[in-house]
Design a protein. Structure first.
Length: 307
């Protein structure tokens, strides 16, 4: 009797987040894990006062940077992406290991400059590089795995937003690639630590995929909806609304505050700029936009995916 051949699905049929969800179903579980797949960093039980944070991020040539870009900036970006993830959890980065794939035609000087960038950003944010690996590859690939820690009372996840919370971002959005912000940005770690110490955000994420997609992650995790106000969304270099919503690579923090903490924030002279862009609404998962003509329309959270 002939054996039927089952047609294998392509990655393009799942998409990046569909693949993540598929793979995550088979991961082992442990009582030591407080938060696993689905946030900016995994959270593991530490001591009586703090959690340990684990995150990893990979950047690749012709996706996140070009070979003609400054190798120092490429290195900085590789480290900064991971520090930004730790900031989104309210924590502090600690130790990193770095794996890098390199074409054999690269000059030693170019590679040394990549590591200069990695080390520069690590020192700036108190990260100690403790190891890594190198392999040959057709294009440059850099992966940083980073640990951190966070006080238990300071931990912020994507899943805490409630109806009536206000939505904020820490800076302008859009045109990140056109302005080279995607290479030169600094993680909003100071802003994060200030927020968790004084205002305790109910939910937080860093904007890597775009405002709409990353807000969508908060809405899905928190089982709420959102209303944004076009005129309040800060934009970089006269970015269009579409660019501000979907360009990504901004690495600003997107966070929500309860009405009580909003009142406290409005009464406080802060050392940082926080931009109020909307509110959390009922449990429908939709993002509603009030445009500059006071017309209401739904916008979709889907943005860039690798597959």
């Amino acid at each position: 009797m002939p054996v039927s051949k089952r047609k294998s699905r392509l990655l393009s049929s799942l998409g990046e987040f569909g693949l993540i969800n598929t793979l995550a179903r088979n991961l082992p579980v442990s009582g030591e894990v407080f938060v696993g797949v689905g946030d900016d960093a995994a959270v593991v039980k530490g001591d009586s006062k703090k959690y340990m944070l684990f995150t990893t991020d990979m950047i690749a040539e012709d996706v996140h940077f070009k070979r003609g870009d400054s190798p120092v900036f490429i290195g900085q970006k590789a480290m900064s992406c991971n520090i930004s993830d730790v900031a989104a959890m309210g924590g502090v980065p600690k130790f990193a290991v770095i794996s890098i794939g390199l074409p054999k035609t690269l000059s030693v000087e170019y590679v040394k400059k990549i590591y200069q960038g990695l080390e520069k950003r690590a020192r700036e944010f108190g990260v100690v590089i403790v190891g890594g690996d190198t392999i040959k590859s057709d294009k440059i690939i850099i992966n940083v795995a980073l640990t951190g820690e966070v006080e238990k009372e300071s931990l912020v996840r994507r899943s805490g937003a409630k109806k009536g919370d206000w939505i904020f971002v820490t800076g302008p959005l859009g045109k990140s690639f056109g302005s080279a912000h995607h290479l030169s940005f600094k993680p909003r770690l100071k802003e994060s630590r200030y927020l968790v110490k004084h205002f305790q955000p109910s939910a937080m994420i860093d904007i890597s995929d775009g405002l709409a997609p990353d807000l969508g992650h908060i809405l899905e995790a928190s089982q709420v909806g959102a209303r944004l106000k076009e005129g309040k969304i800060p934009r970089r270099n006269q970015a269009s609304l579409k660019e501000a919503l979907y360009d990504g690579e901004d690495f600003e923090l997107l966070f929500t505050l309860s009405p009580k903490n909003v009142d406290k924030l409005l009464r406080t002279r802060t050392p940082f700029s926080f931009y109020h862009i909307g509110e959390i609404t009922g449990k429908n998962g939709k993002i509603i936009l009030l445009d500059k003509n006071l017309q209401v329309r739904e916008i979709h959270p889907k943005g860039f995916e690798h597959f």
